[in-house]
Design a protein around this ligand. Structure first.
Ligand code: ZN
Ligand code: ZN
Length: 257
């Protein structure tokens, strides 16, 4: 049953005061800002090429600046990220499903657990993303994220989405985490690795760099997400393009208009 007490616990599971909440907000923003820049620099230093479409000038209207509603959404999504971080830390610390001690690291609760999180998350995200493109729903929520036809700002373009869509993304992450917790007894260190990789790949998906790799069905490709931003109704998955092949929505990259 809904109660004000339950809602307060969900929003602020550690029962922090205003000063601690503000410090947490600043810490999460700082961490994301640093990580966004570190990832971008590392990819740049690795010699990664730019996407083929970035070799010629792009019309300004296809790369519009952030508008006032973008800043409102980015702020609301930043609050949602703080709530998510507080809840996940609470879950890691208190749930018997999550292993905390170094001695509890096993072959199963590390790499396979990481794989399960990404797979379960994307298996839910891809059809929900497709649903958000359904014509009656699209203008209400997801349309704002597609203002950018050629994303390039990393985090600012990744998180520039309607808060409902942002919550759907958080829900998918929780489903992935619970799937791994129940099947592998996930370790807290694995969850920490997951968040850093997930954030890095979401930022890169909205960068101009041509990064791609594939392993056991995990087929990450910035080109695939750029194609999604340009063509809208294809390549809905973030990490497992076989899900799009199953849905009949996968399309190979082309740099034409
Ligand atoms: Zn996107
Ligand atoms: Zn979309």
């Amino acid at each position: 049953m809904f109660s004000a007490e339950g809602a307060a616990r969900a929003l602020n599971p550690w029962g922090l005061g205003p000063g601690a909440l503000l410090a947490g907000f600043v810490a999460v923003r700082g961490g994301i800002y640093i990580w966004d820049n570190v990832v971008e620099k590392l990819v740049h230093l690795s010699g990664a090429r730019k996407l083929p479409t970035r070799e010629k000038p792009i019309k300004p209207e296809l790369q519009p600046p952030l508008n006032p509603i973008s800043y409102v959404y980015l702020f609301l999504n930043a609050i949602n990220e703080l709530v998510f971080v507080m809840n996940i830390m609470h879950f890691m610390w208190h749930s018997p499903l999550v292993k905390l001690k170094l001695t509890e690291l096993t072959p199963l609760n590390t790499f396979p657990a990481l794989y399960v999180i990404f797979l379960a998350q994307d298996a839910l995200y891809a059809p929900l993303h497709r649903f958000m493109h359904w014509r009656p729903v699209y203008p209400l929520v997801h349309k704002h994220h597609h203002r950018q036809i050629y994303p390039s700002r990393g985090y600012a373009d990744a998180a520039n989405e309607h808060p409902i869509e942002h919550m759907i993304g958080v829900l998918c992450a929780w489903v992935g985490i619970f799937a791994a917790a129940y099947t592998t007894g996930v370790h807290a260190a694995t969850l920490a690795v997951f968040f850093n990789i997930h954030a890095a790949l979401a930022m890169l998906n909205h960068s101009p760099y041509d990064v791609q790799f594939s392993y056991l069905g995990f087929t990450y490709s910035v080109k695939a997400h750029e194609m999604h931003h340009r063509k809208f109704t294809l390549n809905y998955a973030q990490y497992f393009m076989p899900i799009d092949r199953l849905m009949g929505t996968f399309k190979e990259y082309n740099s034409g208009s």
